[in-house]
Design a protein around this ligand. Structure first.
Ligand SMILES: [Mn+2]
Length: 303
């Protein structure tokens, strides 16, 4: 299989829908020659390019500048990232190397920004067959984080019976890790931060609506939800799985929705609800830092 030809179509950010359709037809001729995981990853990338929505806010490259804002010691900082796809071997076997490199830089950013929480909004792992050696390497890298690490299983690393989140003991070496495991949703409470975080794990490969019918806000001042799915702006988008409609976001009444599934950073705020895709740091070389003092905002952080 000549992968460079296959992937050449997915790196055209200006690709029109007509050209994308033509590419899809050409892809169909290649499908028999490609591992399914390659096709899924590349389709995700193309969809992301086609639906790219501009990120919001300035790109920070200076950690000190950010720290200054919180110099008074007040406020909460949360690092939001997603879609590292650890264990992916597409892209000439470079996928895993890039993903581990990105994970190390994410951990470095968490330390530099002195965040209170690190949030992975799905697809940290590329699939449920990621070997033990790679999972242990992930855990080893994460050991440098001394604040709560919250992991939402996405559609690639869904919490099935053979999930690496079940097969290996994450809490042994990461006492502050929390992995969402419930299809019904779970609410995590952080009393010292006056904050709650709600998340609903992907627990099967079947389709569902990640933000539909989420519970009312809790009693804490700040309410965040984390979800892994596809934001649909038009009926045309409804052909995708894991749909998040604009009204789903607005009806959460949360202060922030930390989204994953798209490879690019995108702001999809609706009404009074701030919502953003962090994008994959493997590709964007950035994470989002959510800052909460008297109000909530987020900034892109180059890593
Ligand atoms: Mn995904």
């Amino acid at each position: 299989m000549d992968r460079p030809i296959f992937r050449s179509y997915v790196h055209l950010p200006e690709m029109s829908r007509a050209r994308a359709s033509k590419s899809l037809i050409e892809w169909n001729n290649l499908i028999a020659l490609c591992p399914v995981s390659d096709i899924l990853c590349s389709l995700e990338e193309m969809v992301t390019d086609e639906y790219s929505i501009a990120p919001r806010g300035a790109l920070r490259t200076d950690a000190a500048q950010f720290a200054e804002r919180y110099a008074n010691g007040k406020g909460i900082r949360i690092l939001h990232t997603s879609d590292l796809h650890i264990g992916s071997d597409y892209s000439h076997g470079e996928g895993s190397r890039r993903a581990f490199d990105a994970l190390e830089r994410v951990v470095g950013a968490a330390q530099d920004a002195q965040v209170d929480i690190v949030l992975f909004a799905g697809d940290l792992l590329d699939n449920n067959r990621v070997p033990e050696q790679q999972v242990m390497r992930v855990i080893d890298i994460m050991r440098d984080v001394d604040v709560p690490l919250i992991i939402l299983p996405g559609n690639h690393d869904c919490y099935t019976s053979d999930s690496p989140y079940r097969r290996f003991d994450w809490t042994d070496k990461l006492p502050l890790v929390h992995i969402f495991t419930s299809a019904a949703g779970e609410l995590l409470h952080f009393p010292s931060l006056d904050l709650a975080i709600w998340g609903r794990a992907h627990t099967t490969y079947e389709d569902f609506s990640p933000l539909r019918a989420i519970p009312e806000r809790g009693t804490e001042r700040w309410q965040i939800a984390v979800a892994h799915g596809h934001f649909a702006r038009t009926d045309y988008d409804l052909r995708h799985s894991y749909i998040i409609r604009p009204e789903d976001i607005e009806e959460t009444r949360r202060d922030y929705i930390a989204l994953g599934h798209w490879e690019n950073n995108a702001d999809v705020s609706v009404g009074g609800v701030t919502a953003a895709y962090s994008g994959s740091p493997n590709r964007t070389d950035r994470v989002l830092i959510v800052g909460i003092d008297d109000e909530l905002s987020y900034e892109q952080w180059a890593i």
